[in-house]
Design a protein. Sequence first.
Length: 193
Amino acid sequence: MKNLADAFQSAFAALLSAPIGRGVRPYQVEAIRRCGDAVARGVRRVIVQLATGGGKTLIASAIAVGFRAVGLRVLFVVPAVELVDQTLEKFYREGLHDIAVIQANHWRTDWSQPVQIASVQSLMRRQIPPADLVFIDEAHKWFDFYRKWMLNPAWALEFVLAISIAIRPELSAMKSAVNSLVVRSRSCAMSAC
């Protein structure tokens, strides 16, 4: 648990020290702070909800930088193969360079890298690499595979951060696989739900 708390402290510091031109917004810093607070309380499954364009990937990259700063591994899962390279480019721009991709015949495939990006479809067909932090991007596009994975006792101690533009009531499968904490942005004001 201490490494997770240290990782969020490092992520928080990285985001606060970001260049002004990057346009870091207070609610993004607040989202990372609230995720760190959840970790301090022992929460292992968190959902961050932000509107389209709210900087979900910026938040994810800052948190990933924090996890890397304390030697932890990160897995970022997207709902479609088309989003793999887009995420790779965004992470690289944010300073994450020890990244690889889990995808057949991808030029960045390298299982030894501490940050892995994969589509859920690729993970369904492969062994899931070890990770201390799992991001589930666009969690409103929930796959039954996620629930089975998150409820697997082998993954019980890993921290999972689901990122979504919407938390719909009908997604009870998602709610059963994450803890009750939801970090949500409403007009740039953060509130726990």
